[in-house]
Structures are given as C-alpha cells and as structure tokens.
Design a protein around this ligand. Sequence first.
Ligand code: ZN
Length: 390
Amino acid sequence: MEITAQNLKINITNGIIRDIQAGNPASNLYLSPRFIDLHCHLREPGGEAKETLQTGIKSAFNGGYGTIFAMPNTNPACDNPDTLKYILSRAENPYAVTVKPVCAITTGLAGSALTDFETLAALGTGWFSNDGKPVEDMELLKNALKKAKKANVLIISHAENTAFPPQDPHSEYTAVEREIEAVRQTDGRLHFAHISTKKSIELIRKAKKKGLNITAETAPHYFTFSRDDITSADGRFKMNPPLREPDDVIAVKEGLKDGTIDIIATDHAPHTREEKLRPYGKSPFGITGFETAFSLGYTNLVLTGVLTIEELINKFVYAPAEIARLKIHGLKTGERAEFNIIDLSEKYTVHGENFKTKCKITPYEGLELTGKVIQTVIGDRVYDLRKREK
Ligand SMILES: [Zn+2]
C-alpha cells in the first residue's frame, strides 16, 4: 500500500512501514500520528446512561484518537485500585484505543485525604485530578504537589474558585493565581485543564517565563465560541468553565499561538439527551468533544491563520505526548503502521445524530467545518471513519 499525502509519501507492506519519502505539496491529504487526548469523561462506572467505556472509545476512534485520559469523576470515583482495574478491564477494544484512567487526588473527590499516589501510579497512568471539582484548600494542594513530586506523578488542575459563580472570570483566574503560587512554593509540577480566560492565560504566561513547571490546555469550544454565540436556552452550550467574552476567545488563540497553552484537549463530557435539553439552569455541565475537535481546530485555527497545520498537530499529538511522557509510534520506517489520514479539503456539516458517542446533542449542530480525519490505518487495516456504522 502506498499513500501520498502533503507531508509524507509512505509505503506499507504487511502492516509495516517500509519507506517514507517527501510528500506532494499539492495533495489534500495529511498524515499524522493518532491523537492523544489528555482530558475526557467516559462516565463508566456509574454513568452508563450518558456514555460507556465502549461508546466513548468508539467516539474517540471516530475522531482520530488513539490514546485518551479518562477523568476519575465516575461513581464510584477512580480513587482505588479496584475501580482502576475495573475500568482497565472494561476498556479493552478492537480499535487499539488506549484508555488511561486518571485517578482522584483525594478520596471520593472530596474531603481531605489524599489517595495512595504510589500504588495507583504503579497500576495506572500516574495522572491525578479531581476534575469537575477544584482542590481549594491551599495546604491540601501543596501537600498533593509535594507528594506528587516524590512519587513522580502529575497533577491536573480543574482551577475554579467557587466563591464566584462560574460565569465570573474571577472563578477561574483567582484559582489559577493561587495554584501557581502553590507550584512556586513547592517547586511542583501542575497541568491546568480547560483554560478559558484572558487573565488566566496572562498569569500562566508570566509563570512559565519565571520557569515554573506548568503546562496548560484549552478545549475547542473556547476558541470556537464566545457567549455571544449561544443560540439556545437549553443546556447544549453549557459547560464548566462556561463560554467567555470575545476578548477571551482572542486570548485563547494568542495563547495557543505563543505556546502559553500547550495542548488542545477535548473535555469530552457527554450527558443524556434529556439532561442536555433541559433549561440551561437545570442542565448538567459538559459537551461532547472527540468527533469535532480536529475539524474545529483546523477550521478555526489553521484556516484563519492562527496556527499552521504542523502547529495544530503538535497540540493534538506531540505536546500531549511530551506532557504525558508517551512515545509516539506508527509513523516511522520499520514500525507497525498506526496513523490518521486527514483530508484537509473535506467540508461537512455537523449532525449530532452521526456521532458514535451516546450524546447526540451538540452546540456545533449545523456548523460547517473543513478538515476531517477520514481514515485510520492500523497495521494492514484501513478503517474508514466516514462510514456510518450502527
Ligand atoms: Zn474540569
């Protein structure tokens, strides 16, 4: 099999890459390693009506993802070896999607007892987060950072100051400010999830310049929409952090461009149709993300000149791999083939009903996007992601 794309021309025999040469700049196709998502919610155990590990995996596969980090706010929470092993056992799948469970920082995502970082890290990913809830106690956060440093594990922060309502930008940036200070005092390492405000981005930029060990992510909705774009009174545009002002959207794009924001994660957070169609005030936080993330990035960041295609792929693959200390494979001579074929000219309209995730309600419904992962190659198999299987 020979594939000629814009960036590479590759030759595969028996599932092994035999040869890689320069591509043809006139091609619409682009080859990338499979994407890595450092932030999603797969809901199992406990939330199977919203998503199961298998529907989440199918959805991720359909969006071009090969590795996904699942947050621990399940029921029970992933704060103990049994739940962690249960998730891993339920996550085996035919699509070679690797699910990496993130474990809770504190027992039950509450209280003050730190989980057993060393034991959980040995069984799993070495990522810890209370995502969905902040760790607001400064001493507890500092203890977590110190313990994480000793155990060589990573802390992901859902930075929120609950003294303010989520719509108030203070709710994010005052928490970011406090947590940067905790990192400074402990010489720890912290990854900020879903950064959405201009002020937070300025704080992170400054902290990085000072050499603090901080990384940050945003999600596609924060560079796609401002609150001016909310067109419905139900919960389809409801997520936490919420959509911000147009100025914040500009700042998110600048942060992505200058590297203050290292990666794009999905924060894929499905709910049932009934839950998302409730009035805004009564609907839970969270929208789906796997199946639209790349197209939103290409349409809103590359076609608008914010990032090059290489910089976008960096935010989806290489930078997350570096943060998570994963090795990229599948697109080098001599290796078993494992990569995405992206069609940069593919135009389509988003219809939630076509998603593989259980949650078909999306704020992107009807949006016209350009650029899509059309196929994933694994060994000698080519999976067509445009086909709508049941
Ligand atoms: Zn969160």
